[in-house]
Write a protein that binds this ligand. Structure first.
Ligand SMILES: O=C(O)C(=O)C[C@]1(C(=O)O)C=C[C@@H](O)C=C1
Length: 278
C-alpha cells in the first residue's frame, strides 16, 4: 500500500470515530436525567415499612435493671434501653410498641418477626451474629458476682465462688447461664425463671451468689443495703452491648448505627447513661 493510501484510510477512520462520538454525546446530553432508584436499584427495607406503618416494634425482656424493667405498679417499661428505644422512635418520627420477649426466646422471636429490633442489655456475641445483625456497641461490661454485704470478705475471686458449698442463682437462656455452666464446675447451680427475683434470694440467703453483669450487680447493690457487688472493676469477662436486628437488611442496620453515632456525638447517649448509671 502506498503512503497516500494510508493517510486516506486514517482520515476516513478518524472521521467515522468523530461522528460516532458526537452522536453518542448529543444523545447522552438530551436523555432525561434518571432518578436514583432507576439508576442504583433502591433496596426494599424494614426501615420503609416502619415509617409507612408509623410504629417500630421493640422486643425487650423487662427483667434486666437498669436496662429494661417492666414496672409492675405502672405496667410500663422503664430503663436505659427503654429511653433509647423511645428516642429511636422519636428520631424516626414513629411510635414505639414494646413487645415482651424472654432471654431463651430472644432470637426465635426475632426470627419469627415478632419485632423489628430487640433492645434491653443484649450482649453482642459471635453466636448471635451468625443469626442476626448486631448494632455497634454502646456499653462495655463484664460478668461479676452479686453477694451479701455480710460475705464481703468471703468471695474475692472466681475460685472462692466455685466451691461445693456455694449456691449460685442464675436466670436461664442468656449469657449469665452460659458463663456459669462453662466456668463453675464445683458450685451448686440453681436456675430461677424470674431474673428480677434472684437478688432478693441472695439477700435472704436462699442462694449465696448471683452471677450477672457488672452494671446490674452495681445497680442492685445500690438499691439494697444487704447486697454487695465485688470485682466490678476486674470482671470475669469482657463484653459489649448492642441491639439485635434481623439479618440481611443493610439499610435498616445502617440507619440504626448512624443514629447511634449521632446520639454519641451530640451527647444524648451520655445523658441517658448518666440518668441510669453511676
Ligand atoms: O443474654 C444476654 O445478652 C444478657 O445480657 C442477658 C442476661 C444474661 O446474661 O442472662 C444478663 C444479665 C441479666 O441478669 C439477665 C440476662
Amino acid at each position: 500500500m502506498k503512503r497516500t493510501d494510508n493517510n486516506w484510510l486514517t482520515f476516513v477512520l478518524s472521521f467515522i470515530l468523530l461522528v460516532g462520538l458526537l452522536v453518542s454525546g448529543t444523545a447522552a446530553m438530551s436523555a432525561e436525567p434518571k432518578k436514583g432508584p432507576e439508576v442504583y436499584g433502591q433496596v426494599e427495607s424494614r426501615l420503609d415499612a416502619i415509617m409507612k406503618n408509623g410504629y417500630i416494634r421493640v422486643g425487650t425482656t423487662g427483667d434486666y435493671k437498669p436496662f429494661s424493667y417492666l414496672n409492675p405498679t405502672t405496667g410500663e417499661y422503664e430503663g436505659h434501653d427503654i429511653d433509647l428505644a423511645k428516642k429511636l422512635a422519636d428520631d424516626l418520627g414513629v411510635k414505639v410498641v414494646f413487645v415482651k420477649t424472654t432471654w431463651p426466646t430472644l432470637m426465635d422471636d426475632l426470627l419469627a418477626d415478632k419485632y423489628d429490633i430487640a433492645m434491653g442489655g443484649i450482649t453482642r456475641t459471635l453466636e448471635r451474629a451468625k443469626k442476626a445483625q448486631l448494632s455497634h456497641p454502646y456499653i462495655n461490661f463484664g460478668k461479676s458476682p452479686l453477694i451479701r454485704m455480710a460475705d464481703k470478705d468471703k468471695y474475692k475471686s472466681l475460685a472462692d465462688i466455685d466451691q461445693p458449698n456455694v449456691k449460685i442463682g442464675v436466670n436461664p437462656g442468656g449469657t449469665n447461664e452460659k458463663f456459669v455452666r462453662a466456668n463453675l464446675k464445683n458450685a451448686q447451680i440453681i436456675v430461677f425463671e424470674k431474673n428480677l427475683e434472684i437478688p432478693g434470694k441472695v439477700a435472704s440467703g436462699e442462694v449465696d451468689v448471683m452471677i450477672t453483669d457488672s452494671i446490674e450487680a452495681k445497680s442492685y447493690a445500690k438499691e439494697d443495703q444487704r447486697l454487695y457487688a465485688p470485682l466490678t472493676d476486674q470482671t470475669f469477662t469482657k463484653s459489649q452491648m448492642g441491639f439485635l436486628m434481623p439479618r440481611g437488611d443493610f439499610v435498616f442496620g445502617n440507619w440504626v448505627n448512624v443514629w447511634m453515632e449521632e446520639m454519641t456525638l451530640k451527647g444524648d447517649l451520655e445523658k441517658i447513661t448518666n440518668k441510669w448509671m453511676d
